[in-house]
Design a protein around this ligand. Structure first.
Ligand code: UD1
Length: 433
């Protein structure tokens, strides 16, 4: 079984590079399906399990995909004829596969995608995706665990989202690029990854404005072509590193991180006493000797990201006093707390509110990741816990972080990744994927 093994108590210092954003690359890969001519080249591709899964999804649809891992470049050729069915084996591995529904429907007039199930952090329905596609003229049926969408022609529409869902906004944007006429998405998600997708689609020949605001306007075009695109930096990986520096009283330059993508985290860490300097080449984070407690509520962007909530709870535990975390985006995203309790964390959960009693005297323990960001939070806790922490179930970590242990080790953490057999024998793992 693979584990990350950490001996806590080391201050982090130095410079760390951030990879391209997981949540940007997945819809961008799906967007490449819209190109009926030319090849799409994507740069700064993070080497993540989810990228391999999306590669398999695209290949299952008959697109040609080449992934040069050394150069971190993807080449996708979707100019040949595509098939329209994304199978259950792949969609069940990664919920985000549902993002191919919009582009397949727009390009082929038919798309069949396995219904994604719930996941550890919540039930995660896709009603808003389907409502938007219906408004564009799709007929949607559900049968045998599959969603099938059909339309002889998609027609632009005014679509209001009850909630600014990231995935729904993306699926509708992707479908609307080839619809006849103009589509407005109101109460759209405003995440930086939505902006990156809009940039990519514009480079492919789409007419999109307003991405990053509450209203996105898409004027349909007849066809799209391949392009070259560089993926935006991962603000969640950057945020995870910022928390790591803050809790270890460290001094870390997070190279290429973009300040305005992480405004809520910067604001909260500053409130806690962390010194943050936004520079041309990245964000410099200097952790204080004592962190002040802080109250946080997760919200859609530009609010505090739910994907940094588990990591932030570790910072809150390390503050001198009581902090509150209110999770409003997902209904079941405190599972990492039960593992942190095994590390001596003191807290109470009431519904979607968490009361954290700092300053925690965290002790190393054997813990298991329950989802991607929970995995990151447990690694962070290991950095400040006394003694040895062993984090298992690393398949979750590999979905969103590439060589996190190596990056932290270069900053001075005592951390390694190993394959540990039943006798406790270790075999070091250098490259997880
Ligand atoms: C994306 C991110 C994920 C992040 C989340 C919220 C990707 C690949 N994943 O997920 O990392 O945690 O945004 O920032 O980009 N909802 C509905 N009906 C829908 C769609 C969503 O009720 O049709 C609800 C969800 O259950 C959830 C909330 O809306 O409670 C937010 O979901 P959404 O923004 O859609 O997240 P994802 O796109 O799945």
């Amino acid at each position: 079984m693979e584990e990350i093994i950490i001996h806590g108590g080391h201050r982090l210092e130095g410079t760390v590079m951030i990879d391209g954003a997981k949540n940007a690359i997945l819809p961008i890969m799906a967007a490449s399906l819209l190109a009926t001519s030319g090849v799409t080249e994507i740069e700064d591709v993070p080497i993540l399990a989810d990228v391999f899964t999306m590669t398999s999804v695209l290949e299952s649809l008959a697109a040609q995909v080449g992934f040069d891992q050394t150069q971190q470049k993807l080449q996708i050729d979707a100019s040949g004829s595509l098939t329209h069915e994304a199978p259950f084996e792949l969609v069940s591995q990664m919920r985000a596969s549902i993002i191919v529904l919009g582009p397949l429907l727009a390009r082929l007039g038919v798309a069949k995608v396995a219904m994604p199930g719930g996941c550890a952090i919540g039930s995660r329905p896709i009603d808003l995706h389907l409502k938007g596609l219906r408004q564009l003229g799709a007929r949607i049926t559900q049968n045998g665990g599959y969603i099938e969408a059909r339309a002889t022609k998609l027609i632009g529409a005014d679509i209001y989202l009850d909630f600014p869902s990231v995935g729904a906004t993306e699926n509708i944007m992707l479908a609307a690029t080839l619809a006849e006429g103009t589509t407005f998405i109101e109460n759209a998600a405003r995440e930086p990854e939505i902006v990156d997708l809009a940039i990519m689609l514009s480079e492919m020949g789409a007419h999109i404005s307003g991405a990053g605001t509450e209203t996105i306007k898409i004027v349909g075009v007849k066809s799209l072509h391949g392009t070259s695109h560089q993926v935006v930096q991962d603000r969640i990986e950057a945020g995870t590193m910022m928390v790591a520096a803050a809790i270890t009283h460290g001094k870390v330059l997070i190279k290429n991180a973009i300040g305005h993508h992480n405004r809520p985290l910067i604001s909260k860490l500053t409130e806690m006493g962390v010194t943050i300097t936004e520079r041309d080449d990245g964000i410099l984070v200097e952790g204080p000797t004592h962190l002040r407690p802080v109250n946080v509520k997760t919200l859609p962007h530009p609010g505090f990201p739910t994907d940094l909530q588990p990591q932030m709870t570790v910072a809150q535990l390390m503050a001198d006093g009581v902090s509150v975390m209110n999770e409003t985006v997902f209904e079941n995203r405190f599972m990492h707390m039960n593992e942190l309790r095994r590390m001596n964390a003191d807290f109470e959960i009431e519904g979607n509110t968490l009361l954290l009693h700092g300053k925690a005297d965290l002790r190393g323990a054997q813990v298991e990741a329950t989802d991607l960001r929970a995995a990151a939070a447990l690694v962070l806790a290991g950095l400040v816990a006394e003694g040895e922490t062993r984090v298992g179930q690393l398949q979750y970590l590999d979905r969103g972080y590439y060589l996190l242990h190596q990056k932290l080790s270069r900053l001075g953490a005592d951390i390694r990744r190993s394959d540990v057999d039943e006798n406790g024998e270790e075999r070091p793992i250098l490259n997880a994927l």
